[in-house]
Design a protein around this ligand. Structure first.
Ligand code: MOS
Length: 702
């Protein structure tokens, strides 16, 4: 076994840091194809449902500098069975507000955007159906929910156990729609050379994008190359192909030039998906000692008319706590909204706001400390699959976190602490996220002088993968970092899955370790441990899930402790400090890992206090579609975050023992804030975000 312990674990500086800081790392929009670039801008539907009755591009076409106006009447036909929002400009039918109904290609971005106003579009529109509620009569059960999970799980007699329980909680929680907003908007630059397409693109994995382009343009995989060395942040929307890639490629074909399309910030709110809103009813039953006898978690969420996106909102409830009787369900309403998509820990994030809020309500009802309540319900094995954990250190996270935060001696009663106008409270919640691995190929070559080139189509969306994968490679090869040249972010490289589901480093890292081992063995066996003068190339990889995934339940865990202060006169909410402790297996890079945990948790504070996409029930659009009105947490919202982790490699998960840490930081975070808010104020807010207005609503003052 290769030792992974020299560089792995160290806080190595980001390899790509200097280039990014100096501005020399070229993102998709900044590529230089060696010819003048044409720019694309889009005309978007102003109705949610209906059809185009008139589209007149003539004024736009007549503008100086306009090269072409693509419409459903003249746009290149896309082949294949493209799904969801991908058949762009293929029909006059409108399925969601913001749908692209025409595209202008021009010499400059300014001309393209100005010419958008010269395209006249009229619609025959129907009344939009955009409001989710739990009592709609058209709710349905999808066949499966995302990531292959069963739609429902039913074990034992939940209703009987609830009726017999000494203490129960029955509450409904709501989370709003949210929109992915990485700093870099989605951007695609397309160039055709004959029938071959090159696309510089902001995405979470080039190979995923290739397959949709191959399908849409009826090409062979070898005819499409997607290149994405640097990506300016991504939380899920960049995991899939969206209209931007199709449009850039179509337009480049029409005008015979390189075309670039970068979404505006406002277009991020209609063209690249959103986190579905949820309505979740949780019922818990417990005995007087706080042992759960029943857990019921029923989820209602929305999807679009043109695609089924079924978020796995209740799946964390299937693993977090022991209880003999359990039920989780997911129901969907098909609305006239853009297709929802994934956003950092889809499922776990909204689902654990509900579950972990309900656990806090149960602790209050029982008069048991909420840390202790969780410890009493720690399951010895996966409570639904009935298999052992590969490793699970949630109790240790809770205990360590309580110690670091100073939880002991907390007065459990609400609204007992004030400092001036501030009502002060503390709260806790657990975190969990699945540990998985995907198939990945890898190639490692070494020359006669000991220079190693490691090639794999992984992607660094800002997580630090350039650095962490280099560390893993260097350790596995038994050389220093400077002997390794990593190549990622290009579909010409050996095939690998994207950065998503916190699977990136587990998958790519395992592929690198296995290939490196193979290379070292061959050097040993064939060359007596010497480097052959003309070098050696080895192709390898990893097949997919860990062989232990069938027999073990694999998850990362964590615990958040939060202090919340609420201004008793204005309802302003602050989070001055928090402690999070994680069981994330092997931590490959102390710096970039801290950044992931910190970012995830900050996004949880953002969810708890700020983020909400508000839809207009009559006109059907997301009203607050920019960062002036869609509020996200900024530096001033984040106080002292004490982040740490347990040193517990998961030997069964993968070759490195890591659990994947991109998403766990956000899970449970919003509940920890809401629980601390209750402790500060005595007010239980069950619908996010917790705005000052809701303080007055709960006090009956509005
Ligand atoms: Mo992440 S939502 O799995 O891209």
């Amino acid at each position: 076994m290769t030792t992974i312990d020299r560089l792995v674990g160290a806080g190595v500086d980001r390899i790509d840091g200097p280039a990014k800081v100096r501005g020399t790392a070229a993102y998709a929009y900044e590529q230089d194809p060696g010819e003048p670039i044409a720019h694309l801008a889009v005309v978007q539907s102003t109705v949610n449902r209906g059809r185009i009755t008139r589209l007149d591009p003539s004024r736009a076409e007549a503008m100086t500098g306009v090269l072409a106006v693509l419409t459903p009447a003249n746009a290149p036909r896309l082949a294949g069975d493209l799904a969801s929002d991908l058949p762009v400009l293929q029909s006059p039918e409108v399925h969601y507000q913001g749908q692209v109904v025409a595209a202008v290609v021009a010499e400059t971005s300014e001309i393209a955007k100005a010419a958008v106003g010269g395209v006249v579009v009229e619609y025959a529109a129907e009344v939009p159906d955009v409001v989710l509620s739990a009592d709609r009569d058209d709710l349905y059960a999808p066949e499966k929910v995302m990531a292959g999970f069963d739609t429902d799980s039913v074990i034992g007699d939940v209703d009987g156990a609830l009726a017999a329980a000494a203490v129960t909680v029955d509450a409904t929680y709501e989370t709003p729609a949210q929109h992915n907003n990485p700093i870099e908007m989605h951007a695609s630059m397309a160039r055709w050379d004959g029938d071959s397409l090159t696309l510089w693109d902001a995405n979470q994995g080039p190979h995923t994008i290739v397959s949709d382009l191959v399908k849409g343009f009826a090409l062979e995989p070898g005819q499409v190359r997607v290149i994405s060395p640097y990506v300016g942040g991504a939380f899920g929307s960049k995991a899939f192909t969206h209209p931007n890639q199709m449009l850039a490629a179509m337009a480049a074909r029409v005008v015979g030039r390189t075309v670039v399309f970068e979404l505006t910030r406002q277009q991020m709110f209609s063209l690249v998906g959103h986190r579905t809103p949820t309505i979740q009813r949780i019922r818990l039953g417990a005995d007087p000692e706080g042992r759960l006898t029943a857990i019921s978690h029923e989820v209602v969420e929305h999807t679009s008319k043109i695609s089924e996106f079924a978020e796995q909102t209740a799946t964390a409830t299937r693993v977090l706590y022991a209880a003999a009787n359990r039920r989780t369900t997911h129901r969907l309403a098909r609305l006239d909204v853009p297709p929802p998509t994934i956003m950092r820990a889809p499922g776990e994030t909204p689902g654990m706001f509900a579950l972990e809020s309900a656990m806090d309500e149960l602790a209050v009802a029982l008069g048991i400390d909420p840390v202790e309540l969780r410890i009493r319900n720690e399951p010895a094995e996966d409570p639904e699959r009935h298999v052992p954990w590969s490793s699970r250190h949630l109790v240790e996270c809770l205990r360590t976190g309580a110690e670091r935060f100073g939880w002991a001696g907390r007065d459990p009663r609400p609204r007992m602490r004030t400092e001036g106008r501030w009502l002060v409270g503390t709260g806790v919640a657990a975190a969990t996220y699945p540990t998985r691995r995907r198939k990945a190929d890898c190639r490692i070559s070494v020359d006669g002088r000991g220079r190693y080139v490691v090639e794999i189509d992984g992607s660094d969306i800002g997580t630090g993968a350039w650095t962490t994968l280099s560390q893993i490679a260097a350790d596995a090869l038994g050389v220093g970092l400077d002997a390794v040249e990593l190549r990622i972010g290009d579909s010409r490289l050996p095939r690998a899955g994207g950065a998503g589901g916190s699977t990136g480093l587990a998958s790519w890292g395992s592929a690198v370790v296995l290939t490196a081992r193979d290379l070292r063995r061959r050097l040993e066996e064939q060359y007596g441990g010497q480097l052959p003068a003309d070098g050696l190339v080895v192709d390898g990889g990893v097949g997919g899930e860990s062989p232990h995934a069938k027999t073990h339940s694999m998850h990362a865990f964590g615990a958040h402790f939060v202090e919340v202060r609420v201004d008793r006169d204005t309802g302003e909410v602050r989070v001055p400090r928090a402690t999070s402790v994680y069981d994330g297996g092997t931590i490959v890079n102390a710096k970039t890992a801290r950044s992931q945990f910190l970012g995830g948790f900050s996004m949880g504070i953002s969810m708890a206090l700020h983020e909400e996409s508000q839809i207009d029930a009559r006109l059907g659009h997301y009203v607050n579609h920019d960062l002036a009105e869609y509020h996200i947490a900024t530096n001033a919202d984040i106080g002292e975050l004490d982040i740490s982790w347990l040193d517990e490699p998961d030997e069964l998960a993968n070759e490195i023992g890591l659990k994947g840490i991109g998403e766990i930081g956000i899970t449970g975070a919003a509940a920890a804030v809401a629980n601390a808010y209750w402790h500060a104020t005595g007010l239980r807010i069950r619908d996010l975000p917790i705005t000052p207005g809701k303080y007055f609503r709960e006090l009956g003052l509005t």
